[in-house]
Write a protein that binds this ligand. Structure first.
Ligand code: ADP
Length: 548
């Protein structure tokens, strides 16, 4: 093979390497590069397109070690598909920020970005410079976003009577319920919507429009069925008490939260302790006993009636704890310790000497509960000193269901949170996109310069959303789109979208298919940004990879 490196020696006998065909590095350039990037991006967006909307198809994802995952959640698919194209990878990375900030709408971003690039390619082939296209897209995006503000509606959140938001016809409940739309949990829709609204309201401050997600935990636990999922006002801990004879329930718990082990100090490394006689052994044992007693005394003196420890302790310590009526939990992970400290307003104590009554955490009730069908037990810490802490406990008969339910719940938690932060919404089913598409087309007609092409391309790209929604629910995409556009223009009504679920009406407001304004705005911005990024790359040089 020509390009294999060859070893040679110079006149002094020093070895060196000759690499032939050095110019043969993998490199693509100019229009050819942009074209190949657009094709790569198109592949990602094609995968995602069929899972858009409530009738989107599921994907089976098989991880390298054979784990199977079924989902149609955009963010999950993106995070698990393995790509070997750099631009496709970039696209996945950037679109994830939609999921991180908004928690929903990742599929939409990727599909839209793919369409924008597709349209851009046509313009580029006609001879328009990629940067001109990108700039035109930016302007069109601004127009579209202004249009979103115009058509936005406000949902009602009852801040006087908080419980009213839990009722089935409240806006928050309906929003949570819509966002669960296309997910596996459709069987327990109402229940999950209620879980979402209840847990977010618990950590929300409606006056300040603030939601503290730190205090909200979602825990998936295998066993039982989806119907057993519920909201727990407190935290749960995936552990049981260290001794089976310890009480299963503690009321008015004062908790010592420790990161030091219940064991006597060990000799430092490199020192050996040699025990040569029975006396010495006894002394050692007494010393250990003394240490244990002192530790337990420290805990008792501080007024604690329960211990949560990051480390383990042996049978002897365990027995002492039991006989001193100090129920204890061992091997509690670092992040769980932190959660418990926040929830119970306790301090994490690294040394027994540091324990004081003020540092104890407080909880009204701690119970050990069996987990339905499995033999596992969990600890439920309720009535915590910080009343806002809440945990959504998801149950399900297999891991796949628990995972999908957890993800779906995450989506609807985000929707509820976003609505509390900003209660403006636009309607879904592609209605907002159609309205923006019409507005941008109108603006294109007024443009004299080259921007009009980019504007039209942008408008056409927006159409991909209603078209994919129609296609995924078995309708004729082009016919549906033209009908809807005609109705939009005729009635000046921005609420008409694709009737994915076959309810017999295109009125998305009536069906309450909503999307938050911030979410939709972010989607457009991100997709435009993504397209710009790809259009700006005209050179990819893979260093160090010679093609053999
Ligand atoms: P994403 O990851 O982008 O959130 P989804 O699969 O959740 O993707 O699909 C969201 C799209 O489906 C949005 O355009 C939304 O308006 C639309 N949609 C959701 N529910 C309905 C419905 N009941 N009827 C029509 N369109 C819907």
């Amino acid at each position: 093979n020509l390009s294999k490196p060859v070893f040679a020696q110079d006149e002094m006998g020093r070895p060196f390497i000759i690499v032939k065909d050095q110019g043969n590095k993998k490199r693509s350039h100019g229009l050819e590069a942009i074209r190949s990037h657009i094709l790569a991006a198109g592949q990602v967006s094609n995968i995602m397109r069929t899972s858009l909307g409530p009738r989107g198809l599921d994907k089976i994802l098989i991880s390298p070690d054979g784990d199977i995952n079924i989902t149609n959640d955009g963010a999950t698919i993106l995070s698990e598909i393995q790509l070997n194209n750099e631009v496709a990878k970039l696209m996945v990375e950037l679109s994830k920020s939609q999921d991180e900030e908004i928690g929903d709408g990742t599929t939409g971003v990727v599909v839209l970005a793919g369409a924008l690039l597709d349209q851009a390619l046509e313009l580029i082939e006609k001879g328009i410079h990629p940067i001109k296209v990108a700039n035109g897209y930016d302007k069109a995006c601004k127009i579209a976003i202004a249009n979103l503000d115009r058509i936005a509606d406000t949902v009602h959140i009852d801040s006087e009577n908080i419980d009213a938001n839990l009722s089935k016809d409240s806006d928050l409940f309906r929003a949570a319920s819509t966002s669960l739309g296309s997910k596996i949990v459709s069987k327990c829709h109402d229940q999950f919507a209620r879980i979402a609204v209840e847990s977010v309201l618990n950590v929300a401050n409606l006056e300040r429009k603030d939601v503290d997600f730190e205090l909200l935990k979602v825990e998936g636990k295998l066993g039982g069925s989806l119907e057993d999922s519920k909201v727990i006002k407190g935290v749960i801990l995936d552990k049981d008490f260290s001794h089976p004879q310890m009480p299963k329930e503690i009321t008015d718990a004062k908790i010592a939260i420790l990161t030091c082990p219940f064991e006597p100090p060990k000799p430092k490394t490199k020192h050996k302790l040699e025990v040569e006689s029975v006396e010495e052994f006894k002394q050692l044992q007494e010393y250990e006993q003394g240490k244990f007693k002192q530790m337990i005394k420290d805990v008792k003196d501080a007024g604690a009636n329960m211990v949560i420890c990051q480390w383990g302790f042996d049978d002897e310590a365990n027995y002492l704890l039991l006989s001193n009526e100090l129920p204890a939990v061992r091997w509690v992970g670092g992040s769980e310790i932190e959660t418990i400290a926040i929830a119970t307003k306790g301090r994490i104590v690294p040394r027994f000497e540091d324990l004081t009554p003020e540092k104890l955490g407080h909880a009204g009730k701690i119970r050990e509960v069996p987990l339905g069908t499995t033999r596992e037990r969990i600890l439920v810490i309720e009535d915590c000193a910080n009343p806002k802490t809440v945990t959504a406990l998801i149950r399900g008969s297999n891991k796949m269901i628990v995972d999908e339910a957890t993800r779906s719940l995450h989506d609807s938690l985000c929707v509820v949170r976003n609505l509390i932060k900003d209660s403006r919404v636009v309607y879904g089913g592609g209605s907002a996109e159609i309205s923006c598409s019409l507005t941008v087309t109108e603006a294109a007609d007024k443009q004299k310069g080259i921007d009009q092409y980019a504007f039209r391309a942008f408008a056409q790209a927006l159409d991909i959303i209603p078209m994919s929604l129609a296609e995924n629910s078995g309708q004729d995409p082009i016919q549906t789109l033209t009908n809807l556009k005609a109705q939009h223009v005729k009635n000046d009504n921005a609420f008409l979208g694709v009737d994915c679920l076959g309810k017999g009406s295109n009125d998305m407001k009536g069906q309450f298919v909503i999307e938050t304004l911030i979410g939709k705005r972010q989607q457009l911005l991100l997709a435009t940004q993504l397209a710009r990024m790809v259009l700006k790359i005209n050179d990819v040089i893979v260093t160090g990879k010679d093609q053999y």
